[in-house]
Design a protein around this ligand. Sequence first.
Ligand code: BMA
Length: 828
Amino acid sequence: MPTTTLSLDDRWQLFREDTPRHCYDVKIPVDVHHVLLQAGDLPDPFYRDNEARVQWVHQQRWVLERSFDLSKADLARDITLQLEYLDTHATITLNDEPVATLSNLFRRFYLNISPQARVGENRLRITLHDAAQLGAERAAQLPFPVPYSESNNQIPHMNTVRKTQCDAGWDWGICLMSTGLYTAPLIQVHSDRLLDTVRVTQHHQPGEARLAVTVDTIGAAQTEQRIHLGLPGAEPVELTLVPGQTQGVAELIVTNPSLWWPNGYGDQPLYRLAVELDGQLWQRDIGLRDLYWDLSADEAGNRMVVVVNGVEIFAKGANWIPADAFPARHTPERYQHLLEASAAAHFNMIRVWGGGLYEHDAFYATCERLGLLVWQDLMFACSLYPSTPAFLDDVTPEVDWQIRRLQSHGCIAIWCGDNEVIGAINWYETSRNNREKYLVNYDRLNRVLDDTVQHGDPSRVFWPSSPCNGELDFGDAWHDDNKGDIHYWDVWHSGKSFSAYYDIKPRFCSEFGYQSFPSKGVIESFTEPGDRNVTSPVMEVHQKNPAGNAKIVEMFTRYFRFPMGFDQFLYLSQVQQAIAMKTAIEYWRTLRPHCMGTLYWQLNDNWPVASWSSLEYGGGWKQMHYHARRFYQPVQWFWIGEGATQQLVAVNDLPVPARLSGQWQIIGLDGKVVQTTPINQRLEAGESLCLAEVTAEDPTETFAVARGDYELEQITSAIAIPVIKGECDATTYFAVWKHLDLPQAMLAIETGKDAEGLWVTLRTDVPAHYVTLDSPGTGRWSDNSFTLLPGETKTLRWQGQPLGRDELAVYHLAASYRETMGTMVRLK
Ligand code: BMA
């Protein structure tokens, strides 16, 4: 008899254990804070300093309850309750009889509820306990203290609880300590096996992809059962499991597969793999690609480059943190919005950072569709972690499940053991003073992670930690740029100037960042007018890096004239952030093939806050994201260096040659052209080439632009690059901006609406720098943060939901210290 599955996605009741009469009717996802917020029973935690007013929520016990019916026939079979994304410490009862106590958000649990089940109505109860209390209890039982990240977490000992680590606060994150249940539990009535996971290992040779498909089941395995596998373009296969057998492997062969490419290198054709066992259907859209990492030794140390379908890919992207502090808002639409913005900025890789969560399937499906490779951390970050038998016994099935769950996604490029945990051994006095002990402790856990990953997915690299220098190397990966990945934080955390980015030659930089403030619109969403000062108490609640504001201000004093008012401060902080990331990434891109990856910190925000993100809360583009779209373009030229002499360097990431044409000019600050030199150059596949070395005679009187186009050659090659031409554009300055006497540009601004929506046209009398239109709400301009030259007309279009306002601020650098507001424009 086929398995029947009942999805318990709605008709739940939620109440506080001590006030059972006050009930909320809820459906999955149930995120307790979100339920209370929507009911009007909780002030918005994001507003002003409400964070401190909502901490009572996680300290209560919350009960989720619902009923379902079972028949007599059902009771004659096995009844399994399947639970996942249960946050986090919970006791489960059925008909008031205990079923289980659980405490791992990242595991899937199959609970046998036959003993408690009865004919007719059954009452399922999930009681959610305070994870903070669990953390404290566990810490007290540890054989020796295991330091946790006090500078990030507001609640101690979350390193003992398998829950999203940034739920307890981070240096960009609110402390909400979410609790709830985020995917629908399933009641499965079955006579035999349940379909658990499907894994796919791809073997490619010219004209053929062989897919080794491993099907894992759980349950009794008493009978012989057949599994049907199908994929378009491959002969369907049937797999027979004999009694006692829970796992089977079948091969699907696709001849002449349409290959999946990372974004920018080709299309993302997907093949739907369907696996059916006894009425249970598993389906996933998979990209067929050949992927491996070249970690081989070279003169400098070791390479670190991902190779897809034989092409070395320069990894371009950023670090992903949870999409929202409210887990109920981790929706497919939210993923899509953020990831489409990533693909639009020419990303080809996203790092799912280890302080968050293993994302929902929709996240990876979206990456697969958009051509975004995934660097997947296991969920450990910045704290040290226990290696006690109890902890390992909890983590092993977690990692085993997550690897098997995610393994078949073609987009996943690498499994990484943790975020910064090797380095963290040196951060805490306790562990610093006893490094050997804590290193052994580290390695005990890391061995288990490695073994578990290898067991679930021998086809991919297990990278012990980010950053690290490779297996069994526990050195300072923060500063070793000869091998491994590096987290380069000397500019932000150690206060070096932007030129420090020129001092290193990373192999693969997986973290580096610079903070900025979000746009005025986001700040208005959580402040009252009187709060709108960067050091007001409310603004400081929304700056989680204690030294953050001081760092931003101090860096202003090195480079810029001080901004006049609050709005200009916000604007300039984004200019500064964009310049920092642009300096690093442009230079490191020119180092290819020595350097083959840059993932900046961080893509997104999980609430409205000052942070290192390029997309602010709500998905709006900060200035940096517009720059990212320029500096990550597959073929582009960059000005490298600082001071009077600089180089114009062109980079081609693609496996086909490109032809460059255009010109570079030295221009007076008043707009007079001093020198024009044409550019006409062929750039080989994968080449980085210096086009010119330029010395400015009057470094404080001039700046330089290089503008033109690229066009790819050999479009007939086997590789179908989707975009074959584009604009190249780069501006540079020969002195720090504060030393430039920028004449005040008078912008002529026209606005209007047509069938495509709102447009704004800009002209200027003298050069205007970092020209930026305010971006209120969730949407973006077709371009922003650019250099506007006299004689040019630049038309920008608003893309997104209607602006909802009739005025717009326009900023540029010279205005930031001369006007207290941006130029206000009335929209027609
Ligand atoms: C990193 C990350 C995060 C942190 C960021 C900024 O190294 O791993 O822990 O938010 O730095 O400090």
